[in-house]
Design a protein around this ligand. Sequence first.
Ligand code: ADP
Ligand code: MG
Length: 157
Amino acid sequence: PPFPVRASGPVQRGFGRGGKDLGCPTANLPDESLPQLQDITTTGVYYGFAQVSPPKDQESAFSAEDAHVLPMAMSIGWNPFYKNERLTAEVHLMHEFKSDFYGYNMKVIVLGYIRPQLDYTSREALIEDIETDKQVALRCLARPEYEKFASDTYFDL
Ligand code: ADP
Ligand code: MG
């Protein structure tokens, strides 16, 4: 297995559909950062840690908690905008942010795989699975072996 896999870049705007309506906003890694994920060859849902850093002139709008290393669940899939020839990597951080952080730098360490991407026939089924993913991610990350990655030197501590 390729884990841990590290990737970072400024948060890119997505289609703005789905995420917030489903109670699960996902911050997109920029296209330029996707080569950093090349060792991950299976699309699906993953878990790990992530950290968002505001630019110098936005620091006052971001609380200390917002800038912590946080547990995350992440979807790696095909991007319909590029006729499914390119990947997207979307990260849900398990934290309530007071505001959006488009353009802010995000660092992620991917630690494990949860499940493949599935087709959903109902919105309810999708929402239920997202809830399960979040719980699975938190349970996985609670393993003592993963503690060291929350204070990895890759992050700004
Ligand atoms: P988009 O299609 O632009 O990615 P989303 O509905 O998925 O739209 O919302 C993603 C944006 O929401 C992120 O880029 C970020 O600025 C903001 N956001 C707020 N809270 C979170 C969170 N807990 N996890 C991820 N993104 C969040
Ligand atoms: Mg999104």
